[in-house]
Design a protein around this ligand. Structure first.
Ligand SMILES: [Mg+2]
Length: 339
């Protein structure tokens, strides 16, 4: 833990928070951690023959969550899920997580909120077998909770999945279902009180997204995928990233897209928008060479073929979608942050 922030806040407050963090995280010491929380740095052992993967993700109140809408368990879970999903997208194994937490004074004193936050974060950490190996706390300058998660992972040297390996003729696949997080967020905005008792699990794609670590690892181990990305910003945006990185175009088929059952509650015009552009589903979007046999499910998660990679031609749209017999241009529309 850095001591930088201590001058600005009550030292005893931060020490108490660190003590809680250490007590909670201490139960999760991985054999990859030679030295965890309590020194100036953690010391990690990288597995032999592996490369390290590093990713960092903000979760900012007002942008990614609201304390009035999200329970602290959900905020903790989502903070870690964002980082784990990036490790999943590369086919990696998480080695350790590092958390930076800036709390407004009132929240720093709210032990129920803090306990809930760590409960949510550490439950997912335990499930994903990743120790929380360090972090930093500070008093937030404003009234918003700000968190940042750093994930260190590993993948066999030279074999991590990347966005840039898709080639014309490859098939396009995605895991699970799409649009569920956007649909649940819409329901949450209407009636946050209904979700106060929501628990982690597949039923809550927005509040408790399930990063697809086991699927990503299976794709890597079985050499199934030519390229992979996680769907954090929405199918249309993340597919655009993959296409740009690979220098290819994509042709989707609307009839093949796996709409999450929660999208049925949306107005018909909004259902397809949630599937195509709704963010934070944290599913994996990947491509595979046409001769590769991709199973219908991996690690218990359904896999859907949703389209095909095509040659990119500057004079034609990068992405198209076939809907009711007509092919339309598909624009990356991403997801809108909370307002
Ligand atoms: Mg990502």
């Amino acid at each position: 833990m850095s001591t930088m922030a201590k001058r600005k806040k009550s030292v005893s407050g931060e020490l108490a928070l660190i003590a809680r963090l250490r007590a909670k995280a201490g139960t999760l010491s991985g054999r990859r951690i030679r030295l965890g929380i309590g020194d100036d740095c953690a010391i990690l052992r990288a597995p032999r023959g592996h490369e390290l993967l590093v990713t960092t993700d903000f979760s900012l109140e007002g942008r990614h969550f609201r304390r009035a809408w999200h329970t602290s368990q959900s905020v903790g879970h989502r903070t870690l899920a964002r980082g784990l999903s990036d490790i999943a997208a590369m086919g990696g194994r998480p080695l350790a997580a590092f958390l930076s937490l800036a709390l407004p004074r009132a929240v720093a004193r709210d032990t129920r909120w803090i306990d809930g936050f760590f409960e949510g974060l550490l439950a997912l950490a335990e499930e994903s077998n990743v120790p929380l190996a360090g972090g930093d706390t500070a008093e937030a300058p404003g009234d918003e909770v700000l968190t940042d998660i750093v994930l260190i992972g590993s993948a066999p040297a030279g074999h991590a999945l990347t966005r840039s390996g898709a080639r014309p003729g490859d098939e396009i696949y995605c895991t699970g279902a799409l649009g569920g997080a956007a649909a649940e967020l819409a329901a949450l905005a209407r009636a946050p009180g209904k979700f106060r008792r929501a628990q982690a699990g597949d039923a809550h794609p927005h509040l408790f997204p399930q990063p697809r670590l086991a699927v990503g690892q299976a794709l890597l181990r079985r050499r199934l995928a030519s390229a992979c990305i996680d769907v954090s910003d929405g199918l249309s945006t993340d597919l655009a990233h993959l296409c740009e990185a690979s220098g290819v175009a994509a042709e989707l088929d609307a009839a093949l897209l796996p709409a999450h059952p929660l999208t049925a509650a949306l107005a018909p015009a909004k259902q397809m928008a949630a599937v195509l552009h709704g963010g934070e589903d944290y599913e994996l979007l990947f491509t595979a060479q046409p001769e590769v046999k991709v199973p219908r499910s991996l690690a218990g998660v359904p896999i859907a073929r949703i389209g095909r990679v095509a040659r990119y031609n500057k004079s034609r749209p990068r992405m198209t979608i076939l809907a009711e017999g007509t092919r339309f241009e598909l624009q990356p529309r991403g997801w809108e942050h909370l307002r």
